[in-house]
Design a protein around this ligand. Sequence first.
Ligand code: HEM
Length: 370
Amino acid sequence: MSFSLFRASVRRAATAPRAQLRSQLRIPLRKFSTPPPEAPVPTPKSNTTLYVGIGAVVAAAGVAFYSFSDSGSNAVKTGVQAAKVKANFVPTKEDYQKVYSRIAGIFDDAGDYDDGSYAPIILRLAWHSSGTYDKESKTGGSNYATMRFAPESQHGANAGLNVARDLMENIKKEFSWISYGDLWTLGGVAAVQEMNGPKIPWRPGRVDGVQTQATPDGRLPDASQGSDHLRKIFGRMGFNDQEIVALSGGHAVGRCHSNRSGFDGPWTFSPTTMTNDFFKLLFDEKWVWKKWNGPKQLEDKGTQSLMMLPTDYVLVQDKIFKKHARAYADDEALFFKDFAASCAKLFELGVPTEQWVSPEPWIMKNVDEK
Ligand code: HEM
């Protein structure tokens, strides 16, 4: 189903009480929403699930209070949460695990697309939906999934991410109760873990926002810049030098596309497996500026088949960045540990504490784990 058809069906599904609430509060009809849950009410099977359930209700109540005491647009969230509570549907960790497994199940449907996996672009969606956070104004981040809305969806940095959003829309149809922010970040977690990367601690609690919460252009990094730019952009999100280097290791997977960013090629020889090869290659290969009509990028002198962005290359030029990059090149376990911590922090940016359904993040199981 296209986005517009989906939108139409969501409108049709809007229940009378929600419509009344909207008109009472004078809230314009949302273009996207999390429709009321259709899934059956799961019975808590253990203390853990019961605990999670209670946590979710408390969180929902917290959100409701927060929303009613906040601006009109935030009150929209209240309708969604109220609908969930009213329908007595409280997703458990098992429910989220099912979503994880469903997402993981589509990675290999990629066929001839890129390197045969959708996992890298789904990781990129999770990162770009979180990396808009501004710690001063406390705006942006993964909470409201505002990349669903123009103009954010059309920002140059997000070119090509419609592929990932469309894939996620199919999952959303199956699990209509999950918020887009939870869905997209859980996608990032599944992508890293299923590409043999480390476990990324994750928990649900993000709520769907509205178009007015979309972030301005220019919050995501520009690959043609240097170390000052990286520090400014990631510092705004609340990351330090070590975390910037660890996160940049996300370029162990995936590739650049000349018809999206203008850059072209993969960073490593195994673009669908998480490794520390990105760092090893930065040190071990001789990197030269590529002679071509495209934007300035580097290529490995040996095979001319790999690439580095100017922002990747500064990781071995800047003295402080280089120290961390060296450590990650020498020790994959250290890279995995630091990447997992920074990635978990990234995916939680912009989410008020009271929204989390669990005081601690969860570890989701890989598909091949019992
Ligand atoms: C350090 C600043 C960063 C810059 C300047 C940057 C820039 C870029 C660019 C230009 C592309 C190519 C897009 C395309 O043409 O399709 C890309 C792809 C990608 N980036 Fe980054 N990125 C940065 C950080 C990150 C981080 C923190 C992560 C994840 C933790 C990440 C994960 C990815 C992935 C997985 C892809 C491949 C997507 C695909 O295969 O379609 N990047 N990035």
